[in-house]
Design a protein around this ligand. Structure first.
Ligand code: GLA
Length: 715
């Protein structure tokens, strides 16, 4: 009906609609629920009248809004030519050279001949997950250098109804903290300049109105990049907002010479009408199918870890570690990870980083005897490394002080007594590759815990900011190692969860979510983490009764029930457990093994009754089984707790529902009625009943957990 050409990318339940614009980048029309009929849609320019006192050309929000055509909001491209004889070419206006699109992907090439720039934009909508991958690439076609300050990896509109935002903050031992804010007339913005993904500003954001768990429209963005980032949500003059996400660039960090290109990291966008859980389901599917690259092409059942850190810290002694390994195997551990303290003269965190060979005092015959012992017990062997770092007190630094990142004339800033190696220096990359691959080839090491324990302060390479180069070099080193040792899995640790993003996960297989194993604190952190990541990559360990970072004491059941859905591990000296605790730990590990296939392939539903209750449910892909954990955080004023909702089951099927663990509440001796039956052999209920009425909760003391399973009953 109209001459307008709409570009329509379709997903499972999502549509991305743009209006073709012969003069420039396509114009945004819709990113949201799936739409089928565009026949009656009017072109943007004809669909809204021009109000008084505006420019006559009504600049629309395009995929690449820039300042050269009357756009007053943030430009998706900020850059200029400082050496261009006064003509800085800062106000860009791109014309369209070419555009290709099909049902799921769009690629537009643009150029600004006056500014001497070429640009490619790419949006690909994965129909299986409804996640859009987007990036932009710019080329300097002019004769003088082009200094790039900002290029959005993605730019997307939010409808006026999406007036709340869920963002993330954090610090060491308190990662992935969720914050809900009302969007106002000022822009909402998060910048990360710490050089690694950071504890402080996870590169993800979710916008919506109610930000409810299971319903309502929500849109999310994530930058798959382990360095700096910026996320901006800025009001437009028509009630909508634009969301831009991309890499934060330090001044002069990217100066493109003639013919050079800069490609943004990939940003990931998704939308759901099913609230936060709907979004998580999209992201989980996407990470499972498109981001993770497992040795052998498939994830194996996640082996239960024992990580030695909280058991022995740096005090390594061969016989002691062997006995710890034996005790670990006895409780059902499947992978023994030797943490910090094993390498040349590493007695504490003040020295030795960089010297990646075994400490001859602690391991006179090298790592072989311990590796063999562990393997003999039927466990895999894992090893901690922190390759990107060097202690000034190390042989490596003494030999190559110039290998540490520095800016001439500026002070060397240490963090945890360490400096950052300049990975973009080929000699450094080669040294690390040789040192690590020598270890991996010398022993049957199945796993590396790859740590990174400080932010990059004034990251420099020959005077220029080098955050970006550092991330690229780290990815290169990881790729090289994985090519050389393809069976090895790698964990991303950065003082806990300081490096969690899809860029990292393209190279690694697990994230150490936090150094805090306090189960109460973990509930909130894991909730934030699972908004974007599936539970199988979430390192979740059962720590000792008294948390080493908060000092709080928790029952084993609470600690275990909180770790149960993730990639389970044990982070304590299991030899110190008494017989009852040991038996209890064995029971929880056995339960994890029985449910890991479901937890690590299923759909996750999270929910809370603030501030007192939280729950987590996973439903198997075939809807045949579900595991539910309910956590009481604090007491509330109600005498009775409302039933816990049960999500995602097949209404037409019947399930045997059984309480697997019920906490003991003081003064509550005997459950009765339905609760008693659930605790004693279980009850068969239909999926419809469970979905409509939920399940009753017993009185639960603060900081306790209830675990319920539902198994479909075969007819
Ligand atoms: C970091 C990690 C810990 C542990 C220590 C070792 O803090 O997050 O899990 O590996 O380093 O020094």
């Amino acid at each position: 009906m109209h001459a307008t050409r709409f570009i329509h990318l379709t997903g499972h339940a999502v549509s991305l609609v743009l209006e073709s614009n012969a003069d420039g980048p396509p114009v945004w029309r819709h990113f949201g629920a799936k739409t089928s009929n565009l026949d009656d849609v009017w072109p943007a320019a004809a669909a809204r009248p021009l109000p008084p006192a505006v420019l006559d050309n009504d600049p629309p929000l395009t995929l690449l809004p820039t300042h050269g055509f009357g756009w007053f909001n943030q430009s998706a491209l900020v850059g200029s030519r400082p050496d261009n004889g006064g003509d800085l070419d800062w106000a860009h206006d791109f014309r369209q050279d070419d555009m290709h699109w099909d049902e799921h992907a769009l690629r537009v090439t643009l150029s600004d001949p006056i500014a001497g720039l070429g640009l490619t934009l790419s949006y690909a909508l994965d129909p299986d997950s409804d996640v859009v991958s987007t990036w932009a690439e710019i080329e300097n076609r002019g004769d003088t250098p082009f200094r790039l300050d900002w290029l959005a990896a993605g730019c997307v509109p939010l409808t006026p109804e999406m007036d709340h935002v869920l963002g993330f903050s954090g610090r060491w031992t308190l990662e992935f903290q969720e914050h809900r804010e009302k969007l106002g007339i000022a822009a909402w913005r998060r910048d990360n300049r710490r050089g690694r993904t950071s504890h402080d500003s996870f590169p993800g954001v979710i916008a919506g109105r109610t930000l409810a768990d299971d319903d309502g429209a929500v849109l999310a963005a994530h930058l798959g990049w382990s360095g700096n980032h910026t996320i901006v949500i800025e009001p437009l003059t028509d009630g909508r907002r634009q969301l831009q996400i991309g890499e934060w660039l330090a001044p002069g960090e990217v100066v493109l010479q003639k013919g050079e290109c800069y490609r943004t990291p990939t940003a990931y966008l998704s939308f759901s009408t099913q609230g936060l859980n709907g979004l998580s389901a999209n992201f989980h599917r996407f990470v499972r199918q498109r981001v993770l690259t497992w040795p052998g092409g498939r994830m194996t059942p996640r082996p239960v870890h024992l990580n030695t850190w909280e058991a022995v810290y740096c005090h390594h002694e061969l016989d002691d570690l062997k006995s710890l390994a034996t005790a670990a195997a006895d409780v059902g551990v499947e992978r023994f990870v030797l943490d910090d303290g094993w390498f040349h003269r590493r007695d504490n965190d003040r020295a030795a980083l960089g010297d990646w060979w075994p400490d001859a005092r602690k391991y006179p015959q090298g790592l072989g005897p311990l590796v063999e012992h562990v393997r003999h017990l039927g466990m895999q062997f894992g090893l901690w490394v922190e390759p990107e770092m060097v202690n000034p007190d190390s042989d490596l630094y003494r030999a190559h002080p110039d290998w540490a990142m520095h800016l001439d004339g500026r002070p060397l800033v240490t963090g945890r007594h360490q400096l950052v190696l300049d990975l973009a220096n080929q000699q450094v990359e080669d040294y690390l590759f040789e040192a690590l691959s020598a270890l991996l080839h010398a022993h049957p090491i199945a796993y590396l815990k790859w740590d990174m324990n400080r932010d990059l302060a004034s990251a420099g390479h020959r005077g220029r900011a080098a955050y970006r180069r550092q991330v690229q070099a780290c990815y290169r080193l990881l790729s090289r190692l994985r090519a050389s040792c393809p069976t090895v899995e790698i964990e991303s640790c950065a003082s806990g969860g300081g490096r969690a993003d899809y860029g990292t996960l393209a190279h690694m297989h697990r994230v150490w979510t936090s150094d805090c194993n306090d189960a109460l604190t973990r509930i909130g952190m894991q909730r934030g983490f699972m908004r974007f990541f599936p539970p199988e990559v979430m390192g979740a360990h059962i720590g000792p009764a008294i948390s080493h970072t908060t000092g709080r004491r928790h029952e084993m059941a609470f600690r275990a029930a909180v770790a149960l859905f993730g990639h389970l591990g044990v982070e304590m000296d299991v030899r110190l457990l008494d017989a009852n605790e040991r038996a209890e730990l064995v029971r929880w590990i056995t339960l994890f093994k029985a449910w890991r296939d479901v937890a690590h392939s299923g759909t996750i539903y999270q929910g809370t009754v603030e501030p007192s209750l939280a729950w987590l449910q996973v439903v198997a892909p075939d809807l045949g089984a579900s595991l539910i954990a309910v956590y009481r955080l604090v007491e509330d004023a109600n005498r009775y707790a409302a039933p816990v909702p049960v999500k995602g089951l097949d209404p037409a099927r019947r399930y045997r529902v059984e309480i697997l663990h019920m906490p003991v509440a003081p003064h509550f001796t005997k459950p009765s009625g339905l609760l008693a039956s659930l605790a004693d052999g279980g009850v068969v209920l239909s999926g419809a009943t469970l979905g409509d009425f939920g399940l009753p909760l017993p009185p639960m003391p603060p900081e306790s957990a209830l675990v319920i399973r539902c198994n479909a009953v075969d007819d």
